[in-house]
Design a protein around this ligand. Structure first.
Ligand code: KIV
Ligand code: ZN
Length: 520
């Protein structure tokens, strides 16, 4: 007999790196995916859907590397209902201590029309593909895509087939964000009641947010018996996104009285992950986003401030510390020392060695000279920038001067180290950033495409730092760079150069391995 604790345990299946990354423009680089996977693993996510291995060589390599690195989490790879897809997914996840194959097919009438499969042919296909996956891997998840628009009788038949063929998790996707809470609950209850063998598997919910109901629909499914929620950090995902991990996890924690379900998530790691995903995906979090939005714990109005000062529970249902936001918002100033900086960064989730601290401290002091108050967000931006800047980088900006004016093109004079050579160039452009990027291109000619250029003010005020994200693509590979500075043009130049350094490094490695192959 299972205990109440086991019965109430909800598995968190994070698909930031698959469904989230699938969102147009959210492409992440290989290293960024590895970093996010490690953070998810550390936070206590039960299953990480690391990618769609057949989709591209890059996806395959990322899933494989994440599988090798995983410490606790199950690593899952997505596959369509095709033997080739499933083999490819297995090739990538087999390195994980706990691998899972997730295979799916669209079951609604609309999808059956597209695939031109009759109901009988689809049942046969599901049996063949799930059996194949199960022969490769002990842990198989199966999804009827567009389940919420599939006829109930047929849905019961396909789910039964998948269970009989060896699937141990049945995921019920609301692919187009069409369902509503009561219907979401009824669907899970109906499947649990009608499908033979349903009691032996874990039912999972996968909701999209097209009508803003993803979180409510996921929680309703759990109340009806689902024990796995598929979600993403910040609700990243196609169109209006997926269920937000932070929302479902915090809802079950804060309203445990009416939703007595538990997860293994260390919620104090949420904020750090949210910031990092926003940064690497280039999808900034809206200020009023539930749980992780910048304003989620801000109390501006007099009545609210008064209430919060007297008793914090007046207007706060969770504590900022619960999600890893330090209670004191003003972090540091120009007189803060190295030990204080180390302690503050540790609080924010960054453990630094002595050398790293030395570098960060120099940059912190430079920032403190230009900016009166240094907030937590400034420090996070500083850390993220430092993470992508190195002394040994091939390209290094030495000096940048930009001339702006109301009349005529803007001019940039850039001195940059390119390998062993330092060179200076003047360039013009349509605005200061354009002029600067033109100067970089003249000193380091390349044919990478600029896919994303995004500026985000880290805090308020005219002395606020700007975080700039740049994403380049070349030959199907993506290279991103981030930087933060109180000068937006400087941050832009550094972000661009960071991305180019990654591209250069990648090309160098590829050339070296081609040489090694031809040599031996
Ligand atoms: O939304 C969806 O249906 C999916 C499936 C692949 C699970 O993402
Ligand atoms: Zn989806």
């Amino acid at each position: 007999m299972t205990s109440t604790t086991e019965q109430n345990r909800v598995l968190i299946f994070d698909t930031t790196l698959r469904d989230g990354e699938q969102s147009p423009g959210a492409t992440m680089s290989h290293d960024e995916k590895l970093e996010i996977a490690a953070l998810l693993d550390e936070m206590g996510v039960d299953i990480i859907e690391a990618g769609f291995p057949i989709a591209s060589e890059g996806d395959f390599e990322a899933v494989k590397a994440i599988s090798k690195n995983a410490k606790n989490a199950v690593i899952c790879g997505l596959a369509r209902a095709s033997l080739t897809d499933i083999d490819r997914a297995w090739e990538a996840v087999k390195y994980a201590a706990r691998p899972r194959i997730h295979t799916f097919i669209g079951t609604s009438p609309l999808h059956r029309d597209i695939t031109a499969l009759t109901q009988e042919a689809m049942i046969d296909k599901i049996a063949a593909t799930v059996t194949h996956a199960r022969n490769l891997c002990d842990n198989v998840q199966w999804s009827p895509m567009d389940a919420t628009r599939t006829e109930h009788d047929f849905l019961c038949r396909v789910v039964e087939t998948a269970i009989k063929s060896g699937a141990s998790t049945i995921n019920i996707p609301d692919t187009v964000g069409y369902t509503a809470p009561r219907e979401s609950a009824d669907l899970i209850a109906m499947l649990l009641e009608r499908v033979p063998g349903a009691e032996k598997v874990v039912f999972s919910t996968h909701c999209h947010n097209d009508l803003g109901m993803a979180t409510a629909n996921s929680l309703a499914a759990v109340e009806a018996g689902a024990r796995q929620i598929e979600c993403t950090i910040n609700g990243l995902g196609e169109r209006a996104g997926n269920t937000a991990l932070e929302e479902v996890v915090m809802a079950m924690r804060v309203r445990h009285d009416i939703m007595p379900f538990d997860t293994a998530i260390d919620t104090t790691k949420i904020m750090n992950l949210s910031r990092r995903v926003a940064q690497v995906s280039g999808f900034a979090v809206q200020f009023n986003k539930a749980v992780v939005g910048k304003n989620a714990f801000l109390h501006e109005s007099g009545i609210h401030q008064d209430g919060v000062l007297k008793n914090v529970q007046t207007f706060e249902i969770m504590r900022p510390e619960d999600i890893g936001l330090t209670a004191k918002n003003i972090a540091m100033g120009k007189h803060s020392g190295r030990a204080a900086l180390r302690a503050k960064l540790a609080e924010l989730g960054f453990e630094l060695g002595d050398n790293q601290l030395k570098d960060v401290f120099v940059r912190f002091k430079a920032l403190a000279d230009r900016k009166k108050e240094i907030f937590d967000e400034d420090l996070v931006a500083l850390m993220q920038d430092t993470a992508s800047t190195g002394e040994n980088d091939y390209l290094q900006i030495r000096r940048l001067r930009v001339v702006c004016g109301t009349d005529g093109p803007q001019e940039a004079e850039l001195t940059m180290q390119v390998g062993d050579t330092e060179a200076t160039i003047d360039a013009t452009g349509d605005g200061p950033v354009d002029a600067t990027f033109n100067a970089v291109r003249m000193l380091y000619p390349h044919d990478a495409q600029l896919e994303l250029y995004q500026v985000h003010a880290v805090t308020e005020g005219t002395d606020a730092q700007a975080t700039v994200s740049v994403r380049l693509s070349k030959d199907g590979q993506v290279y991103s760079g981030q930087s933060a500075d109180t000068d937006t043009v400087v941050a832009s130049a550094r972000a661009y150069v960071n991305a180019l350094n990654r591209l250069h490094l990648h090309q160098n490695r590829a050339n070296n391995s081609a040489l090694m192959k031809s040599a031996g």
